[in-house]
Structure formats: structure tokens, C-alpha cells
Design a protein around this ligand. Sequence first.
Ligand SMILES: *Cc1c(COP(=O)(O)O)cnc(C)c1O
Length: 303
Amino acid sequence: MSLSIKTPLLHSLPLSQCVGAKVWMKMEAMQPGGSFKIRGVGFACEQHHAQGAQRFISSSGGNAGLAVAYAGRRLGVPVIVVVPETTTARARSLLGLEGAEVIVHGKSWFEANELARSLQTAADAFIHPFDDPLLWQGHASMIDEVVADGVRPDAVVLSVGGGGLLAGVDEGLRRNGLDSVPVYAVETQGTASLQASINAGQLVEIPAVSGVATSLAARQVCRRAYEVSRERPVIPVQVTDQEAVEACLAYLDDHRTLVEPACGASLAMLYGNKTPLDERSNVLVIVCGGSTATIESLLAMRG
Ligand SMILES: *Cc1c(COP(=O)(O)O)cnc(C)c1O
């Protein structure tokens, strides 16, 4: 049994036209919970469940928390999600809809996470949003599917928050013999923690995160994501909040799928043709999705 689904791999004419190469979209926005997160989270939850975990605990009010809530409901395991006061009513109600117990605590993620950790007993499994080898192993399955569908990408475009997606895609590429394929790692200007580490030549924390791409708001990427940037070609790309939001709206018109600015960041790189790509190349973009945005919120962010 797998909690994630096999998603479509679709060719995009509009995006191909923008970059002058063949663009393939891995439609992770169609996963249960609305993002790729269920691949890794689902895999991790299944392992913990098999080992007897009686409760799952998360401190993410975003897509990771939603994925844990979904996994818990499907596996019949109770879920607690501790979120900070800043978490939107929409996110809280989506978590409630999945049957998770939502505890609102603290001004920021830091306090919420502290409480979540303190609740953990030996019978619980704490599910981290990005820093866990089980997550990366689960995320890697999206690349297995792309290769099984007959596409061996010459370049990959993805968004980077804490770097779990990057670590998982790297694992998937490596296990399919695609070790040297370059990865365009896209962040918004207010969340560019991977680029900060790449520039510093070591894992560093940025002083603050800001902007509309809340699912990318990690002040430091996981060590594995930084290591990946040393082991294969990883090209950091930055886009503005405005570009990310406009890309979401353009994508909605072009492909009838609503995604968060965190995903819009990757799409903005393609819409803005930010990096020259060879016209014969097959470019794979991970349409990572996200459930926290609405049309109204995107239009409001547009200002
Ligand atoms: C979590 C998430 C990301 C970032 O993934 P990381 O593993 O934290 O780098 C990007 N987009 C969406 C929609 C997400 O939910």
C-alpha cells in the first residue's frame, strides 16, 4: 500500500514555448493533501506505523502537517498538529477536516515545535517536514515514475524550502543513473537559505525569512540538501514574490491548476525564462503544489 498516488507527467506547450525547450510537468499538486509532501510523509508514517507508532505528531501548519493528517486518517492513527498563532484559519480547518487534533500554541513555529516535541512519548512518531532520510526516500519515487513514463530529464527545476524535496529528487535521480543532471533550485528572495549556504561554502542560517512563499520559509536547509549542492550541479535561482504570484496566476490560466507561491517560484523561473536551456533538452519541473493558497489570497498578494 502507498499513501501517495502516481501522478501524471504532462508536456506543457506554454512553458515549452517560454523556455525554448521541452518542458515536462510532474503534477504533484494532484497528490492527496495537494502537494508532493505525502510521498515522503506517507512513506515515513507507514514505516512508523509498521513499527507500532500509536500517534503521529507534527508542528507544521502547512502542507507537511496536512500530509501527516492525511496519512494518520488513512492508517487509522491519531494525529496531533501543533501550529503557531499565525497559522491561517484556512490551514487550521483543512487540518481539522482530515481529522487531526490541532493545538494552537506560540507566536512562531519555534514555540509550536517546542510544545510538539514536549508532547512526544515513546509511543509517538514525530514527523519532520523536511529533514529525515525516510522522507527523501519517499520523495524519490516521483523520479522513478518520470523515468518509467519514458522521460530522462536533461535538467530539473524545483523549489527549495528546507531542502527535503531537493534531497529526495537527488536520491531519485541517482538511483536512476541520472547522477550528473543539473537541478535548478528555486527560492524566493526572502527565503534564499540554500543560496546563502552555497555562497558561504558551508551550511549557514539566514537571519530571517519573509514574503509570500510561506512553504519555503526555512532559515536553514537540511544538511543533506547542502551536501547535494556539492555533489551534483545545483544552480540556485532567485525569483521575487511578485514573479512567484504572477506565475501562479498564469499557471492557473494555462493549466487549470491552483498552486501556492512556493510552487509558483519554480514556474516563475520558466515563465521568466531565467536560465538558458538547450532547445533539445527535456526539462522536468516538479509542480509541487500546495493547499494553502486560494484565488482570493493570490489576488491579494498581487496587491
Ligand atoms: C514543502 C514545500 C516546498 C519545499 O519543500 P522542502 O522539502 O521544504 O524544500 C515547496 N513547495 C510546496 C508546495 C511545499 O509544500
